[in-house]
Design a protein around this ligand. Structure first.
Ligand SMILES: *Cc1c(COP(=O)(O)O)cnc(C)c1O
Length: 413
């Protein structure tokens, strides 16, 4: 069994007490989203035959087509492209951008500079004379809607698309709630009624009762080794939204002329169905994990964002730990209580594309899966850790307690 320090265990009890209200809200959202998902499975008449494998071109893969319909129903969209062939969320985002944009188009990000892995995409878009414009509309880490309104009102640019990133990535701004996205869409439509609104929905699926496409976004994009894969999908991504846009994306993913009609699924359909079926529950476990971590870390005296009691719109938690030693201890403690690779000691390393050393803890069944309990951080001020996932709260809680214990040892050496 696990033997944690008495102080940590006491704090844990207290943290659980503090989380009661949030856990109830999380349970209510999971129950709502589970209904949505079950309804879609029933309405789309999912059956055993949809799990059959196709090979070669993968023509007439009824499972692939039914999975697209299930996602479309859940996400309130006309069409979807859910594929194991997307190698990551970044790949799906690339396909979406190159799918719908053409030379001389301009796209404006309403949420500033996008996620790190998208920076190369922006320069690649430039080579095709596609301009990805990003302006910082945040004020004290909150969106300044008036600033956006006046920018859009006075802008002479004919933006073909607007880009919204729901989760903050490695920055300290707030994640956008569905209500925030609704407001953005409403403002955007005043000045750009026809512009294509694309949302990077990574980490956001099933966290609230609605998705960005339920409040007017045209296209959402995400990864299947995050929320909608339910911890079961071993790879993949999705794009979901307006039918004509999905067709353009599918032509980019495969070829013009074949679009969505090809792509062998090799027997992977079953796990993609099972993943999305379990996703509302699994996202609930991940949310309970980060809310608990926020409460515990607050009790231990660390600054958390968001606070344990705040509304969530993604499954990510940041905690400012304040020193490299604590950061490393946190990650090592988390790793040592993971089901996979518990014996591995994470160390900071020079990851390509980053200015600082990065440390990562992940003891996951799927490589790089961040719906499973994982933590990562750049070794730079304010030495904050980004924590996400946890497909099983009882296990993930031990991971968090182990991380806290390891920090406690450092602080009381
Ligand atoms: C995870 C993530 C991505 C995509 O990352 P991949 O590692 O390529 O799947 C994009 N945007 C945000 C906000 C993310 O959290």
């Amino acid at each position: 069994m696990f033997n944690f320090n008495k102080k940590i265990l006491n704090a844990s009890e207290k943290a659980l007490e503090m989380c009661k209200n949030q856990f109830e809200i999380i349970g209510d959202i999971a129950a709502h989203n589970q209904q949505k998902v079950l309804r879609a499975f029933i309405d789309q008449k999912i059956s055993d035959m949809h799990f059959n494998a196709t090979t070669g071109y993968g023509y007439n893969d009824s499972g692939r087509e039914a999975l697209d319909r299930v996602f479309s129903q859940i996400f309130d969209t006309e069409d979807s492209c859910v594929r194991h062939n997307f190698v990551s969320g970044t790949h799906a985002l690339n396909v979406a951008l190159f799918g719908v944009l053409r030379s001389d188009d301009k796209i404006l990000s309403l949420t500033g500079s996008p996620y790190n892995t998208m920076h190369k995409t922006i320069s690649y878009l430039k080579e095709f004379n596609i301009d990805f414009v990003h302006i910082d509309f945040f004020n004290n880490n909150k969106l300044d809607y008036e600033k956006i309104k006046s920018y859009l009102k006075n802008s002479k640019e004919n933006f073909k698309a607007l880009y919204i990133q729901r989760s903050p990535g490695y920055s300290f701004r707030e994640s956008l709630t569905i209500n925030d996205i609704k407001k953005l869409v409403e403002i955007a439509r005043i000045f750009y009624p026809k512009t294509i609104i694309i949302v990077d929905n990574c980490y956001g699926e099933f966290v609230q009762k609605l998705e960005p496409t339920s409040v007017g976004a045209d296209l959402i994009v995400g990864s299947l080794i995050k929320n909608p894969g339910g911890g079961i999908a071993r790879t993949g991504g999705y794009i979901s939204g307006k039918k004509n846009l999905i067709e353009m994306c599918a032509c980019r993913l495969t070829t013009p002329g074949t679009g969505k009609d090809v792509g062998a699924t090799l027997g992977l359909n079953r796990e993609l169905f099972m993943g999305v079926f379990n996703a509302p529950q699994v996202v609930g476990e991940a949310l309970k994990t980060v809310v608990f971590a926020a409460a515990l870390c607050e009790l231990l005296g660390y600054e958390t964002m968001p606070k344990y009691s705040e509304i969530r719109s993604d499954i990510v938690q940041t905690v400012k730990l304040g020193s490299p030693g604590l950061l490393i201890a946190f990650c090592q403690g988390l790793q040592s209580a993971s089901p996979i690779d518990s014996f591995v000691m994470p160390e900071p390393w020079d990851m390509p594309g980053y200015d600082h050393q990065i440390i990562m803890a992940a003891g996951a069944f799927t490589q790089g899966s961040s719906i499973e309990l994982s933590a990562d951080a750049p070794l730079s001020e304010p030495y904050a850790v980004w924590l996400q996932g946890g497909i099983n709260f009882n296990s993930a809680k031990i991971g968090i307690l182990s991380a806290a214990s390891k920090m406690f040892e450092i602080e009381h050496k």
